[in-house]
Design a protein around this ligand. Structure first.
Ligand code: TYD
Length: 236
């Protein structure tokens, strides 16, 4: 009898404005996967590597940065994060759940800082060599409510003002609305944590079922492809 094959890696990101409750839902989804026997890597951007922690300090608490410098620092953090944490974990069949990923750059730097969504997306896809999640959960929240939920002192980006945060929210919603890969799940972040968790796991179960049906005819010994979206049209 052969051992059952290693499961395919699964890549999931959470997005939304500050104070939307992403970290709670990330933790609950990680526990859900762990209870099903999966290796789960919970991670975040910016800053979940030694280099990233330094970049995080610079963007959140350093001197004023011009928008392009800010976008490049987030892209550098992401490139390093993908190469050293995310891709290796997916390759060994883990579930990777990240609190923020490339869509944050498109919304915050592309729209909030007005650099242009397309340019920032191109930069981000170049940094990640086209790696996109299979599922991106957007916890959508009015930024005024988000700001009320933050009790600690605000960082450089959180202090950017109402107009900035409204532009960020609109950018996330617009991006999810024109999604061609169906990777987005948009949820109203004012729903209860239990309701949000239920909606997220329902969608995850669908994705896992589709992936498992796609892999069921395959050679059991062959490595499974990770459940991700590889964006192939990457123009530096
Ligand atoms: P986050 O760690 O989610 O904030 P906190 O832990 O303070 O709640 O993100 C840090 C800030 O960086 C947040 O305001 C969003 C911003 N950000 C960008 O502007 N661009 C990016 O690409 C990313 C990943 C984050």
């Amino acid at each position: 009898m052969t051992d059952s094959p290693a499961p395919a890696g699964v890549f999931i990101s959470f997005e939304g404005g500050d104070g939307a409750g992403k970290s709670t839902q990330v933790r609950r989804l990680a526990d859900w996967f762990a209870a099903r026997g999966r290796e789960v890597v919970v991670t975040f951007e910016p800053g979940d590597t030694a280099l990233g922690a330094q970049l995080r300090t610079l963007v959140q608490h350093g001197e004023d940065l011009d928008p392009r410098t800010e976008a490049l620092l987030f892209a550098a953090d992401r490139a390093h994060h993908v190469t050293t944490v995310i891709r290796p974990a997916l390759a060994r069949g883990a579930v990777v759940i990240t609190d923020r990923y490339l869509d944050s750059s498109v919304a915050y730097q592309g729209s909030g800082r007005a650099l242009g969504a397309e340019e920032v997306e191109r930069l981000s896809l170049w940094a990640t060599q086209g790696l996109l999640p299979a599922l991106t959960v957007l916890l959508d929240l009015d930024p005024v409510i988000g700001a009320q939920r933050i009790t600690r002192s605000l960082d450089r980006i959180e202090r950017a003002g109402d107009e900035f945060h409204r532009a960020v929210r609109d950018a996330f919603l617009a991006r999810a609305g024109v999604d061609e890969t169906e990777r987005w799940l948009v949820l109203d972040a004012t729903r209860t944590p239990d309701e949000l968790h239920g909606a997220i796991t329902a969608r995850v179960e669908q994705i896992l079922a589709v992936a498992s049906a796609a892999g069921s005819g395959a050679d059991d010994d062959a490595p499974r492809d990770a459940v991700v979206v590889e964006h192939t049209e990457v123009r530096p």
